[in-house]
Design a protein around this ligand. Structure first.
Ligand code: FES
Length: 348
């Protein structure tokens, strides 16, 4: 999920500014809207923010801001998902492997609303970087409000987050995206589920493993096998061992199977009824084919480059097997219709 954003803010293109454009209501203070997008705030009209001098707006959207959060309007085609903008307090930030950080935040509402497979948009405190960074949710405790984000330093934004320390505050919006569906989270008792993570695709598997391990009330939990692929240094292995069997593959052979996650699965002759995976596209592509061969149900969480994170800019689309209602082409927006897709619904 974590990905470097595009260089231009959502929906902006070069060209002559038009007199008046409609912008997606940005999270946070409405009157920051103009400055945020390089235009001039004019007014709010029927839940729409009118900003002057912004070229390149390609879709009109209605986003309602509520006192505690935002909800996308039905007519936009965006699923109505409750999301919140918060200034969260940093509880701790720990380096757990080379370039990998474990950030714990105290949130008011995001942790309580989060589902496995969703993500948050984290904003830089440096206002020269307008676009937030999408980061998968690794853990969320509804009671304490603690949100856990494990991310890789991949640019200036994430490098800034790596320097956060206890007591700092960070601006974030979430939970975003669809997450794993209820049909996956419930009713898996008696089945075997692979939780497959490659590199920085491993963190969302922790929250998923925790949820699946809790099982259904009377029916019990599925057999969970986490298959983890690393380039070299390991991380989050003990977290997944708490809920599942763990199988490791490393590119350099320093631990577990030398090779990739499929080498590890085939090497041990493992079989699953359901596959849930997040990681680099080549890994997901191979898993999609593997699932077709074995007849397993397969859910893939895509890591795409994102800009707006709320379905407005189309910078995150992937190819779909059916026609998208919103764009009228074979596309799906990873940030809103995903990041989790049934493997039969997308092309990779
Ligand atoms: Fe803008 Fe997905 S990031 S539509």
């Amino acid at each position: 999920m974590q990905a470097a954003p595009r260089s231009r803010p959502c929906g902006r293109t070069s060209g002559k500014p038009s007199a008046e454009r409609l912008r997606v209501l940005p999270p946070g203070k409405v009157k920051d809207a103009g400055a945020k997008y390089g235009g001039e705030f004019r007014e709010i009209r029927k839940n729409r923010v009118i900003v002057r001098g912004i070229p390149g707006e390609h879709k009109k959207r209605v986003v309602k801001e509520q006192e505690t959060g935002m909800q996308a309007g039905q007519e936009t085609g965006i699923r109505a998902v409750q999301k919140f903008r918060e200034k969260a307090e940093v509880l701790q930030n720990t380096r757990i492997a080379k370039g990998i950080y474990d950030l714990r935040l105290k949130t008011k509402q995001i942790a309580a609303a989060a589902k496995p497979g969703q993500f948050v948009s984290v904003y830089s405190n440096d206002h020269s970087r307008l676009l937030p960074r999408p980061i998968s949710i690794c853990g969320a405790d509804p009671e304490s409000g603690e949100l856990r984000l494990v991310f890789r330093v991949a640019g200036r934004g994430t490098e800034e987050f790596s320097r956060l320390s206890a007591g700092d505050r960070v601006d974030l919006t979430g939970p975003l995206g669809n997450g794993f569906p209820e049909s996956v989270l419930k009713g898996q008792a008696g089945k075997t589920v692979f939780l497959i993570g490659g590199g920085i695709g491993i963190p969302p598997m922790v929250q998923l493993a925790r949820t699946l391990a809790a099982g259904d009330d009377e029916k019990g939990a599925p057999r969970l096998i986490s298959v983890l692929g690393f380039r070299d240094e390991l991380f989050l292995v003990d977290d997944l061992k708490a809920y599942s069997e763990v199988v490791i593959a490393t590119e350099d052979g320093s631990c577990g199977t030398k090779g990739n996650v499929l080498d590890a699965i085939r090497g041990r002759n493992l079989k699953a009824d359901v596959i849930c995976a997040c990681g680099p596209t080549p890994m997901l592509r191979a898993l999609r084919v593997y699932a077709q061969e074995t007849g397993a149900e397969c859910w893939l969480s895509l890591e795409e480059k994102m800009a707006c994170g709320i379905g407005a800019c189309l910078s995150c689309v992937c190819k779909s097997t059916d026609i998208d209602e919103h764009s009228r082409v074979r596309n799906k927006r990873v940030c809103t219709e995903g990041p989790v897709f049934n493997s039969i619904d997308i092309e990779l």
